[in-house]
Design a protein around this ligand. Structure first.
Ligand code: UFG
Length: 337
């Protein structure tokens, strides 16, 4: 089986690439390195000792997708490519709608044109409305609060409609919760190009001295310690979820959505304390105001993925903070060294 990974040099994609290669898949990556580095792919090669094809280009380019599929006998696609900064999506909504929706449509058209039937799509817990009861199930109400979330919501709808019109298609929508950590080797990990928006990279950069202190966004949420609660999951568990999704797609048709989370919520201060305890480093922090749009808590009911995909997160909070720190301390400036 040969799998095309759009956005293949990104954080979740490179970890998935390792899982695929270790499970006997062949792979080809397509990335324009707009927000990623070819160095990440060089390291995957070094780490796995396996070869895979690397194409530089844009996932919006349907002709390039078709050519790549034909040249490399691609059997299935994992569509990771997309802009992902929530704040930027509010300031530049059209950039997000154009890029994220055009690439999804291009991938589906290329599938139609070449006869590829299996698609795994990187969706997000951002598709769920803020007024749902926790934990979130796949049928919880969906509504978004920023353009980034809407691009995932709309891409899901486009894929669902395409699957209805092409009964041979088999599409899996994976709704990621909060991926953190890194490969245990410390050779690949998350490498934000700017000041990190997300909690874990911010904690890691504070620990390594790139940031002075963490600002905890709000301490008056309705949670056990007042700080926001999220469903953090180890990126290697998330990567394995893609392999399970491909197996599922190969033996089904239609379109199915799955939550990929652990089902356990941790607060911002839980994460800070676990990081300090496991790694023996201090994280200076101050309590600041709430960040607009943030919820009290957000965590998954991952039982559908366990039942139908046979997937369950195996790694706990200790491994998440240990591996995240191992990556950061070995690569203080990410892939830029
Ligand atoms: N937080 C801080 N300080 C920081 C950064 C984050 O206190 O410097 C807090 C947030 O307020 C929140 C928690 O840490 O309570 C997690 O924040 P993240 O930004 O790491 O993650 P979010 O849950 O806000 O966002 C994530 C993904 C988005 C996705 C969303 C959907 O990053 O892409 O989940 O659930 F849209």
């Amino acid at each position: 089986m040969s799998i095309l990974l759009t956005g293949g040099a990104g954080y979740i994609a490179t970890h998935t690439l390792i899982s695929l290669l270790e499970n006997g898949y062949e792979a080809v990556t397509l990335d324009d390195y707009d927000n990623s580095s070819p160095e990440a792919l060089r390291r995957v090669r070094q780490l796995t000792g396996k070869e895979f094809a690397v194409i530089e280009g844009d996932a919006q380019d349907r002709e390039l997708l078709v050519r790549t599929i034909l040249d490399y006998n691609v059997d299935g696609i994992i569509h990771f490519a997309g802009h992902k900064a929530v704040g930027e999506s509010v300031a530049k909504p059209l950039k997000y709608y154009r890029n994220n929706l055009t690439s999804t449509i291009a991938v589906l058209e290329a599938m139609q044109q070449t006869g590829v039937r299996d698609l795994i799509f990187s969706s997000s817990a951002a598709v769920y409305a803020g007024d749902n009861q926790m934990p979130l199930t796949e049928s919880s109400r969906r509504e978004c609060i920023n353009p980034y979330g809407w691009t995932k919501y709309m891409s899901e709808q486009i894929i669902r409609d395409a699957a209805k019109a092409n009964p041979e298609f088999s599409c899996v929508l994976l709704r990621y919760f909060n991926p953190v950590g890194a490969h245990p080797s410390g050779m690949i990990g998350e490498d934000p190009s700017d000041v990190p928006n997300n909690l874990m990279p911010y904690i890691c950069q504070t620990a390594v001295g790139l940031r002075e202190r963490l600002t905890v966004f709000g301490s008056d949420y309705r949670t056990h310690d007042g700080t926001g609660v999220r469903d953090y999951l180890h990126v290697c568990d998330l990567a394995d979820g893609h392999v399970k999704a491909l197996e599922y797609a190969a033996s089904h048709s239609g379109c199915e959505a799955f939550n990929l989370g652990t089902g356990t919520g941790y607060s911002v201060l839980d994460m800070v304390k676990a990081f300090e305890k496991v790694n023996g480093v201090k994280i200076p922090y101050v309590i600041g105001p709430r960040r607009p749009g943030d919820l009290d808590e957000c965590y998954a009911d991952p039982s559908k993925a366990e039942k139908l995909l046979g997937w369950k997160a195996k790694r706990g909070i200790e491994e998440m903070v240990r591996d995240g720190w191992n990556w950061q301390k070995k690569n203080p400036r990410g892939y830029r060294e």
